[in-house]
Design a protein around this ligand. Structure first.
Ligand code: HEC
Ligand code: HEC
Ligand code: HEC
Ligand code: HEC
Ligand code: HEC
Ligand code: HEC
Ligand code: HEC
Length: 363
């Protein structure tokens, strides 16, 4: 039996966790874009496939990104293959069994001769750090106690869940989430979700972070793009037209922002978990505040996963820090070409989570 020992993040912790730093509540869709739509038009979500024929390059890359996989129906995710037919035990005589059914993945938890079952419907997470199942009991959403963490290569207790001995089989199903909390989960991991205090309205949802989560509903745009001569651009948001701060704030809608007025120079020292929230670190960097042009999309294509080759990022640094660049500053160590280990170190705030500290700095 695996000893499951993970630190909390999703359920219990809504974000940056110091007394001085809050987190900006997520909006379900980027309301800023509504302003560019005709007042009378209700935003019409048309789904990513509708964009594919006219924007094949973005569509092909984005469809295989972790953004697109941030939420999936559980039986379309890797979880059934990882959990079915592999009996799982936890200290205190708890045993978990999984079976694929029409509605999802059925989990049965056994303890002391008692057994309870429920159906897990959704997998949260694209698999870079973890996969967490979510289901419903009696109409209420719950986050399952067991997640899968690729880094350790086996199931483990979902971060945020109690690590102590469980008293009854029911506790093995996991933690109930109130309507607001679970609305936020879906709001950050999917497209076209309407959050309500009672729970998310999923009737117009597309699982995963797809085109219209960042660009706004595309119905009007697609229609007018077909009608020749119409001002197509008016009907779709293009974050590329915003300034660096606004772009960073858009990404920070999910990746988290420091609360306005609460910007600290050293977020990772206040709480090591803040390295998880890249915008907090980046916005505390002089590269960001002094350049006024550095944003998340300087180093990340919003339609792709993060590049793994250091050389790609070093080129970005050198665009601003080289003899030829305007902001040329002298790094005594620059002859060691990979800037990242010194200026953007990897950090592991808990044993199985790994992030890149986005506060670009001299220690
Ligand atoms: C019928 C073809 C068509 C469809 C469908 C379509 N687009 Fe476009 N889109 C265009 C054209 C044409 C332009 C203008 C390109 C230009 O002017 O350079 C454009 C421009 C854009 C831009 C840039 C706007 C700007 O301000 O520069 C974005 C972003 C965009 N589309 C996103 C989408 C998304 C998201 C979808 C799906 C919801 C979509 N498009 C569906 C044809 C289409
Ligand atoms: C709707 C919420 C949301 C928005 C908006 C968003 N992200 Fe993400 N992003 C996520 C989630 C959730 C994940 C984790 C997916 C997973 O489980 O692997 C993620 C993962 C990533 C990753 C890591 C992908 C990998 O290589 O594993 C990068 C890089 C990233 N986002 C950059 C951005 C940038 C840049 C923007 C702004 C243009 C942005 N994100 C906007 C929610 C969002
Ligand atoms: C404010 C937006 C936001 C909310 C709310 C949110 N997430 Fe996430 N989630 C993210 C982002 C961004 C990432 C990727 C970066 C990271 O791993 O922290 C992520 C990553 C994940 C992952 C990948 C594994 C991991 O731990 O990194 C899982 C699983 C996950 N979230 C589940 C959930 C669940 C379940 C809820 C609700 C209880 C939830 N999230 C609420 C934005 C959000
Ligand atoms: C995580 C947010 C996010 C998602 C999801 C996303 N985009 Fe974008 N998109 C952006 C940003 C940011 C830019 C601006 C990039 C730039 O200017 O470098 C952009 C730019 C574009 C452009 C304009 C490109 C240009 O050359 O000006 C098109 C077209 C586009 N996206 C289509 C799509 C389509 C189609 C999808 C879905 C398959 C999609 N996007 C999904 C954030 C996103
Ligand atoms: C868009 C331009 C831009 C990019 C890209 C950029 N920087 Fe900077 N960086 C700046 C500016 C501007 C300053 C502040 C200069 C000043 O204070 O006069 C700065 C400051 C710094 C400092 C000093 C920080 C401090 O707190 O003393 C370091 C170290 C640094 N950058 C490293 C990097 C590295 C490494 C990269 C790539 C990962 C990078 N920068 C990418 C513009 C940039
Ligand atoms: C100066 C370049 C640079 C900028 C700007 C930047 N990143 Fe990154 N990002 C990186 C590097 C380097 C990695 C690590 C890539 C790897 O795994 O090798 C990374 C990785 C990530 C990851 C994967 C998880 C992690 O922490 O390793 C996410 C998510 C992410 N970035 C989001 C963002 C967001 C959101 C922004 C804007 C606030 C942003 N990044 C701005 C360089 C940058
Ligand atoms: C071996 C670690 C190391 C590497 C690799 C490294 N640096 Fe530095 N860098 C430092 C240290 C330490 C400082 C503080 C000043 C010093 O001692 O030279 C610094 C200072 C800086 C400064 C600020 C200089 C000032 O005047 O305040 C910039 C800008 C910078 N580095 C950019 C880069 C870039 C760009 C790269 C990659 C091409 C890079 N560094 C590679 C360790 C490193």
């Amino acid at each position: 039996m695996q000893r499951l020992n993970r630190q909390c993040l999703h359920a219990a912790d809504p974000g940056p966790s110091s007394a001085r730093i809050g987190f900006v509540r997520s909006r379900w869709i980027l309301l800023g874009w509504i302003g560019v739509l005709p007042v009378s038009a209700a935003p019409a979500f048309i789904g990513d496939r509708a964009c594919a024929s006219c924007h094949p390059s973005q569509w092909q890359r984005q469809s295989v990104s972790r953004h697109a996989k941030a939420l999936s129906p559980i039986n379309d995710s890797p979880l059934p293959a990882l959990l079915v037919d592999r009996p799982l035990r936890e200290r205190g005589g708890i045993a978990y069994e999984y079976e694929v059914v029409d509605e999802g993945l059925q989990v049965t938890v056994h303890k002391d001769g008692a057994a309870v079952s429920a159906v897990l419907e959704w997998t949260f997470g694209g698999g870079a750090q973890g996969l967490t199942p979510v289901g419903r009991i009696g109409g209420k959403y719950f986050e399952h106690r067991v997640s899968y963490y690729p880094e350790r290569g086996n199931p483990a207790i979902t971060i945020g869940h109690p690590l102590g001995l469980l008293r009854k089989a029911r506790d093995g199903l996991g933690l109930l989430q109130d309507g607001r909390t679970i609305s936020k989960c879906f709001g950050c991991h999917a497209t076209g979700v309407e959050g309500t205090p009672a729970g998310p309205n999923l009737s117009a949802m597309q699982p995963g972070i797809r085109c219209e989560r960042c660009h706004g509903a595309g119905g009007e745009h697609a229609q007018s793009a077909q009608a020749e001569g119409d001002g197509r651009r008016r009907y779709i948001g293009n974050p590329g037209r915003m300034n660096a701060r606004k772009i960073t704030e858009m990404c920070g809608d999910c990746h988290r922002l420091p609360e306005p007025g609460m910007l600290t120079r050293t977020p990772e020292k206040i709480d090591p978990f803040n390295v998880r929230f890249q915008p907090m670190g980046l916005m505390a960097s002089r590269c960001f505040s002094r350049s006024q042009s550095l944003s998340c999309i300087t180093c990340h294509d919003p339609h792709e996963d993060a590049r793994k080759d250091a050389g790609f990022y070093v080129e970005k640094c050198l665009a601003c820090h080289s003899d030829a660049a305007e902001t040329s500053m002298d790094c005594g160590r620059q002859e060691q070409r990979n800037c990242l280990p010194c200026h953007m170190p990897r950090a592991s705030p808990s044993p199985h989570l790994f992030f890149t500290d986005h506060r670009i700095r001299v220690q």
